[in-house]
Design a protein. Sequence first.
Length: 179
Amino acid sequence: MYPIKLFLLSIFCIAISCNTPVSKPQNGNKMNTNNKKNSLYSTTDTSKLAVSNEEWKQILPGEVYDIAREKGTERAFTGKFWDHKEVGTYHCAACGNPLFNSNGKFDSNCGWPSFFEPVSKGSIIYAPDNSYGMKRTEVMCGRCNAHLGHVFEDGPPPTGLRYCINSVILNFDNSNTSK
């Protein structure tokens, strides 16, 4: 029974994502949130950010803004990190906050990057999400409150959790790994 519920949930999420428009990046850039425009981006600053959506709209590329501030969803199996295998750290594309390590990533076959644990307790915050007639738990960046995705209780050990995250809201850094 449990695998059927997971399958139906995956189909429902894919259907939702197919109906959720995600705007094209501004200026033809791919996820370039480390640009000079975003002075809030830092992979080391842990101070909480209180920035209005109007300010974020001026700072972030359109597709990042849609996910981070409008709680959008990219289409399943289209994000650049859903099947990404490199070793490193995934950061919030809006503010640079470290969110997940690659050693916590696993293949859940849901079409989005999946992780079983965040980098630290404070890197992620949670909120109830009852949209689309479902009871889910939304996950957001612990520094800037950007929408990341949702967490489900169908992940692997040791946590049993599956953080289902939009690729658009992630940046990847492999600079602290040996090659």
